[in-house]
Ligand binder design. Structure first.
Ligand code: 57M
Length: 358
């Protein structure tokens, strides 16, 4: 919005010329999102407490979690509001990628909100059924993928990291493929969100890494130099992605161990979808497996556990997702969290290193 209001006045106020630059607006969005979360976090948590929006804890899990009973949840509302406000304030709003990213994120947030609402407010412990969840997630993702397919500037190519000349034209198959990436990413982040700050840490590293990837993909000169796919207009997504990373950083202030608030499905499902849709737009779907490796391992641990238990009656992990395995092995919760953060920082650096390995 600021771009549309202030950039046209650059002839009268020369300083407004800076609104042309994505880098300047990205820093503005980062500061806005983090300040919004820090400024309103405390009030929002008090409001959740007043409304008695507290988490119930499963008796079956690690016993240390029982003391978390009643921790306010649905903190994702704060994250999503900060992302939406800062993106709308700083991004170029004629850019359809920005709208697809915002609408997908808020759409998944709405699904998560309904689940949380049923579980926490209506005290219906099951919330949405797995079937209802997956159908609604698929629906939102198909809409997003179809918009991207219809309004594409170039053939829907699937690109592979490390192989600059290798690409597959997906044609209409782009829609199911993009849907799979978005829904898969959403659920993987949701599975990771089981310890204080565990999901939010890798979300920060992944979204900030993708902010850089989006900037590079949207800049013809840099994309040519790095031999990565040029996606006209994708640079504006760095504003959305930096807002996402910054909002999560602000939220981490309150979600850090011992957490004053949990993000709830409203946050976890939305953040995963945000990363997925940005990976699709910037044509970096495979790199998400590397950059979001923590999410991938968490999701794989559940799959392995379920398949193994069904086929052999034996568990591979003490409990899945894998963070519970380490907890039950006796690692204190903060140790599991910080070690997973360290891994996600290393994966982010490895992802950026791939830019020169093509
Ligand atoms: C969400 N949600 C947390 C909070 C958060 C198929 C199966 C593996 C599914 C999985 C599952 O339900 N995962 C999805 C995990 C829950 O947190 C809430 O949920 C939101 C995210 N959706 O924002 O609102 C609990 O996680 C803890 N937590 C924190 N700090 C945070 O910042 O400590 C969350 C955020 C909170 C709190 O304790 O209550 C969750 O874990 O429920 N199911 C599981 O993860 C279960 N695993 C399991 O059953 N494994 C089996 C099979 C099925 C693979 C096995 O290994 O044999 C475990 N979950 C829990 N206890 N809590 C079982 C034991």
């Amino acid at each position: 919005m600021l771009y549309h209001l202030l950039y046209p006045l650059r002839d009268s106020f020369g300083a407004f010329n800076v609104f042309k630059y994505i880098t300047f607006r990205t820093f503005g969005a980062t500061a806005t999102a983090i300040l919004l979360c820090l400024a309103f976090g405390g009030k929002y948590i008090r409001w959740l407490k007043d409304k008695q929006i507290g988490q119930s804890i499963r008796e079956l899990g690690p016993q240390s979690h029982l003391s978390k009973k009643g921790t306010p949840t649905m903190g994702g509302g704060l994250i999503l509001s900060s992302i939406a406000i800062s993106t709308l304030l700083w991004a170029e709003l004629t850019n359809h990628y920005v709208w697809v990213a915002i609408i997908t994120t808020l759409g998944f947030g709405l699904i998560g909100w309904m689940d949380d609402y049923l579980k926490v407010i209506k005290k219906n412990s099951k919330g949405l059924t797995a079937r209802q969840k997956i159908i609604s997630q698929t629906l939102v993702a198909v809409i997003a993928a179809s918009i991207l397919y219809v309004f594409r500037d170039a053939p829907p190519l699937l690109k592979f990291p490390f192989f600059k000349d290798l690409s597959i034209n997906l044609g209409w198959f782009f829609i199911p493929f993009a849907t799979l990436v978005i829904v898969g990413s959403s659920n993987a982040v949701n599975l990771t969100d089981g310890l204080d700050g565990l999901a939010v840490g890798p979300t920060i590293t992944t979204s900030l890494t993708y902010a850089i990837l989006a900037y590079c993909a949207g800049n013809f000169v840099i994309a040519e130099y790095l031999q990565i796919p040029f996606v006209s207009g994708a640079g504006e997504l760095s504003i959305f992605l930096a807002s996402t990373g910054a909002a999560c950083l602000g939220f981490l202030w309150f979600n850090a161990y011992p957490a004053e608030v949990f993000m709830g499905d409203v946050g976890a499902l939305a953040l995963g979808a945000a990363l997925g849709v940005c990976a699709v737009i910037t044509k970096n779907e495979f790199l998400l497996v590397l950059c979001g490796g923590v999410f991938v391992v968490e999701a794989l641990s559940v799959m392995i556990q379920v398949v193994s238990f069904k086929m052999t009656g034996k568990r591979v992990f003490k409990m899945a997702p894998i963070h519970h395995h380490f907890e039950l092995k006796g690692w204190p919760e903060p140790k599991v969290i910080v070690r997973f953060w360290i891994i996600s920082i290393l994966l982010a650096l490895a992802t950026l290193a791939t830019l020169k390995l093509r």
